[in-house]
Ligand binder design. Structure first.
Ligand SMILES: [Zn+2]
Length: 253
């Protein structure tokens, strides 16, 4: 089993980050995390841990250490972004951070691209953010702690800007949250070489909906052939999943 540890950011005493019409980051990222867990478990290939399943207060280091204690092969800290300058910013889009000490740029770039494509918002890409006070360390304590404790792949995901009204509307809709979770699941499955979605009994229409929601680029002929054989393999047609094949090989432990 592949071990993935998901950290829904904030929660408990930390519920201050909100959108202009009532979205609360602590709750939104918990919903995304629980949906992502469900998608990953549906494949039968993952063991999933969460830092929290309810609205509780957790320290940043505590979250990263929990991922290492779980034996995570991949740690994801889930967030939504804020430009913070005005109540309703014009900034939109998806941003992903990798650790300054790891080489997750291809994975992070694909994650950002797929979430942005699924939501129809700008892809702001994968970045590193170095601590000002501690050069060579991550600015984000949660990913710094996880990688220091030995987790080999670490991402902090800012799926959209909750202080932009249009992005907030996506974050306030169940459909929007499911798109985010499925986009993330498709990229994680691609990274580890796991087939997604796992359900062989679905119709072409259902599979297209899931893949489109996950930002997967479809080849209609390949789809039809797979439907006839009853084996769905989005990794065969998706540009990003094919591209990820090299690091799938590199990361098979
Ligand atoms: Zn956050």
């Amino acid at each position: 089993m592949i071990k993935v540890f998901i950290d829904p950011g904030h929660g408990g005493k930390d519920r201050a980050n909100r959108g202009p019409t009532g979205y609360i980051e602590a709750d939104g990222v918990l919903d995304i995390s629980l949906l992502l867990e469900k998608e990953l478990l549906s494949t039968g290939a993952f063991q999933v841990g969460l830092s929290r399943r309810t609205d509780i207060t957790l320290g940043l280091s505590e979250r990263g250490r929990a991922a290492a204690e779980f034996g995570a092969q991949l740690f994801i800290s889930e967030h939504t972004n804020a430009a913070g300058m005005v109540p309703n910013t014009t900034v939109r889009g998806t941003t992903v951070y990798e650790s300054v000490d790891l080489k997750d740029e291809a994975l992070g770039a694909q994650m950002s691209k797929s979430i942005a494509a699924a939501l129809g918002i700008p892809d702001r890409g994968c970045h590193q953010r170095e601590s000002v006070n501690y050069p060579g360390e991550d600015y984000y304590t949660v990913i710094d702690t996880a990688q220091d404790a030995g987790v080999p792949h670490v991402l902090l995901i800012e799926s959209a800007f909750h202080d932009n009204a249009d992005d907030e509307a996506l974050l306030k809709s169940e459909a929007g949250l499911l798109k985010i979770a499925r986009a993330q699941a498709a990229v994680i499955c691609g990274f580890f070489g796991v087939k997604y979605p796992a359900n062989k009994g679905m119709t072409v229409a259902e599979a297209i909906d899931i893949w489109a929601a996950a930002g997967v680029i479809l080849d209609p002929d390949g789809m039809k052939k797979d439907f006839e054989t009853g084996v769905f393999r989005p990794d065969r047609y998706s540009a990003f999943l094919i591209k990820s094949a090299s690091f799938i090989t590199n990361n098979k432990a």
